[in-house]
Design a protein around this ligand. Structure first.
Ligand code: GRF
Length: 207
């Protein structure tokens, strides 16, 4: 049984997709052992509570220095003894020690087809604003392993989504969530839970 810890900062619709996936069998061999947020007001925490999933808030605001926060965050994660960490809209920089400790055991969902519209400054609506500004006809989402870079780890799954005439960033964001994020994140977890993802260099092989 794959023990997963989900890290969130906002509304938690990706967390909800994971919760639903475990319930309806889309995600097999997996247990959500906890949800951690940096934001005590994150609706994602309420979603965890409503589903009987242990949750906790570890906020940088509660600690004097970033170093102390980083230690406390890693302590909280380790305390859940996860096999896999899932970053589902987690907006805090992951401590280097955590990236090393959970190399190829920490994944992230990014709302673009990496390497487009990713890296520093590309998060949330900004990703979709940039896509509309550039006038691309296809966008999408990517699940990847987390390494020391920003959105640079080995790609696991991607799914394309059409841009439609008249799209606003909000409309496009929602379509990317519905048609891509909420499908490939649960799928990636299920693949990992069944030992079907191997990392070879900076790429993955799906068996
Ligand atoms: C999603 O758009 C995800 O791609 C990005 O942050 C957002 C999180 O949304 N990483 P939610 O909290 O899962 O609703």
């Amino acid at each position: 049984m794959l023990r997963i810890a989900v890290m969130v900062s906002g509304g938690g619709t990706n967390l909800q997709a994971i919760i639903d996936g475990v319930k309806d069998g889309t995600i097999t061999n997996t247990e959500i052992v906890g949800v951690i947020s940096n934001n005590r007001n994150a609706y994602a925490l309420k979603r965890a509570e409503e589903n009987g999933i242990p949750s906790l808030c570890v906020s940088p605001k509660d600690y004097e220095t970033r170093e102390i926060f980083n230690e406390k965050l890693l302590e909280a994660v380790d305390g859940l003894q996860p096999d896999l960490i899932v970053l589902a809209g987690f907006l805090v920089v992951i401590p280097p020690a955590m990236i090393q400790k959970y190399r190829n055991r920490m994944i992230n969902i990014h709302p673009s087809l990496i390497p487009s519209f990713c890296g520093k400054g590309y998060y949330g609506l900004k990703v979709h604003e940039a896509a509309l500004e550039r006038g691309v006809k296809v966008v999408g989402a990517t699940v990847h392993f987390v390494d020391e870079g920003t959105d640079t780890g080995p790609i696991i799954l991607q799914k394309a989504v059409e841009v439609e005439q008249g799209d606003t960033p909000e409309i496009l964001q929602r379509r990317v969530m519905e048609q891509a994020e909420w499908k490939i994140l649960p799928r990636a977890i299920d693949l990992i839970a069944n030992g079907r993802v191997r990392v070879e260099g900076n790429k993955t092989v799906i068996d």
